[in-house]
Design a binder for this molecule. Structure first.
Ligand code: BES
Ligand code: MN
Ligand code: ZN
Length: 494
């Protein structure tokens, strides 16, 4: 799909589908909109009346016009005050879905601007359209995309010269789409080797440094926790480390760490019926987001140095499987009694965090589909955020807000650390069921070096959307790419 920043207005544009984004303040029709209405012989007003369209957020209406424009659509953006990037993004997504449903070939969007900021306006609209129209037909024998084509080209009206905003949107969206496609592909396709191949491909096409550590190298680094999980699989583990180095002296050094379980059976504490085991291909969602963000960052070239790290493997059962009660030694020397083999993500992250901290970054952010407890606490739309640093929390919350992704800060209640005490080792990997996402975060904190600011995002709920929401179609969401890119582009404040 081709997006262009167009100098045309809705008074001059001709083509198949025209969609206007209207706030509640755009009605009754005045000025240019009144003029459009009279040129359309009153059809715009007729549509507003018939559909009882008030500009309410999320409402849509459509009418056949014929002539210079075949279909005219309206998308409500809510109150005129305090229009945000996210409301524009969701409005543009609704416009794109409407145009697709109406089988529009060409499409033009005319939306209000974010004050004077035409660049951010173009970026938000382009993101909404691109993210909403992405459709994954890789595993269909018939090409549904051909049967139900997306509208294109898409003209963003009144936005001449805003190509920079479109380029930014494109880099971000392709990062999100990469993450979505890695998550939605099944575990027999996206294996640890396939994740490593994807990292190599990103590095080659976008000029990042890359290192894939094989099992032997991880052994010599003493990554006993990660390798303990990897043992039962017939597929070799792959530890991924991509590096983006900015031109000039880096403003900061960052590490992004993603949980990369290409499948999580639970291990010998196997997931039973009703546990959603058939969805556990999503358990590499953190790593997928890490790769998607790496691809976007390589193109956007911010001033920070960024390391993208993931200890990829699968959690399987076999004669070599980890036994409940086994004791593992992580690469920082800590010993862990594995009282539950289904709490495997934190074991792989332990060694990934130790590795990341040895790079001496200013900040480490990890993303993980870590706990069902977080899904119970916050549902599908909100990811949990844990960090001891108030400024980092604020910066991530604000980046997420602008990106249209929701985070909620959760407590690192240190007294709950008691729940991880072991009689035989330094710690257990699992605490009691209540507060399960908090003890998981506390476990991770033990593997973060002093002096490194750290934040943990539990994305178990947000990695997938059954029905779709905002600019996300149903399925994998690529959650986190947009927040990370925004935070890093803003200088990664912490
Ligand atoms: N991968 C799961 C968490 C998960 C749940 C991801 C739902 C996506 C959707 C994780 O490895 C897991 O199994 N966690 C256990 C931890 C428990 C054993 C302490 C859980 O949440 O039940
Ligand atoms: Mn598990
Ligand atoms: Zn898992």
């Amino acid at each position: 799909m081709q997006l262009q920043a167009s100098p045309q207005t809705y008074l001059t544009w001709t083509g198949d589908g025209l969609v206007l984004g209207l706030t509640e303040d755009s009605l009754p029709l005045t000025d240019r909109l009144a003029e459009l209405n009279s040129r359309l012989s009153g059809l715009l007003q007729e549509l507003i009346d018939e559909a009882e369209f008030t500009g309410k957020e999320g409402s849509t209406a459509v009418i056949r016009v014929g002539g210079a424009v075949r279909k005219l659509g309206l998308v409500g953006l809510g109150k005129g005050d305090g229009l945000t990037s996210d409301r524009l993004r969701r409005g543009a997504a609704a416009a794109a879905r409407l145009a697709k449903k109406e089988k529009c070939t060409g499409l033009a969007l005319s939306f209000p601007t974010l004050g004077e900021d035409l660049g951010l306006t173009a970026q938000a609209l382009a993101e909404g359209v691109t993210l909403a129209l992405h459709q994954d037909t890789r595993f269909k024998s018939e090409d549904r995309e051909a049967a139900q084509p997306s509208p294109g080209p898409v003209d963003l009206l009144d936005l001449a010269g805003q190509e920079q905003g479109l380029a930014t949107a494109e880099a971000i969206c392709y990062g999100v789409i990469l993450a979505r496609e890695l998550v939605s592909a099944p575990a027999n396709v996206v294996t640890p080797a396939q994740m490593a191949a994807t990292a190599l491909e990103i590095a080659q096409s976008h000029g990042l440094a890359v290192e894939i550590l094989e099992q032997e190298q991880c052994e010599s680094l003493g990554m006993g926790a990660y390798l303990g999980v990897a043992k039962a699989s017939d597929l070799p583990p792959k530890f991924i480390h991509l590096t983006y180095r900015p031109p000039g002296i880096p403003s900061r050094r960052l590490a992004i760490v993603g949980k990369g379980l290409t499948f999580d059976s639970g291990g010998l504490n196997i997931k039973g019926g009703g546990s959603g085991i058939e969805m556990m291909k999503v358990d590499m969602g953190g790593a997928a987001t890490t790769l998607g963000a790496a691809q976007a960052i390589a193109q956007l070239k911010p001033r920070a140095e960024v390391h993208f790290i993931s200890a990829v493997t699968e959690n399987m059962i076999s004669g070599r499987a980890l036994r409940p009660g086994d004791i593992l030694t992580a690469s920082n020397g800590k010993t862990i009694e594995v009282n539950n083999t289904d709490a495997e993500g934190r074991l792989t992250l332990a060694d990934a965090l130790v590795y990341a901290c040895r790079l001496e970054p200013d900040v480490v952010v990890d993303l993980a589909t870590l706990t069902g407890a977080c899904v119970i606490a916050l549902g599908e739309e909100i990811a949990g955020l844990w960090t001891p640093e108030d400024r980092l929390a604020e910066a991530l919350l604000s980046a997420a807000d602008g990106a249209g992704e929701s985070l909620w800060r959760m407590p690192l209640r240190s007294s709950y650390r008691e729940g991880l005490k072991s009689h035989v080792a330094d710690m257990k990997n699992t605490g009691p069921r209540p507060g399960g996402s908090i003890t998981a975060a506390l476990f991770l904190q033990d593997f973060v070096a002093k002096g490194v600011a750290w934040a943990h995002l539990d994305i178990a709920g947000t990695v997938w959307s059954d029905k779709g929401r905002g600019s996300d179609p149903a399925g994998a969401t690529g959650f986190g790419v947009r927040t990370l890119v925004r935070w890093i582009s803003a200088g990664a404040p912490a």
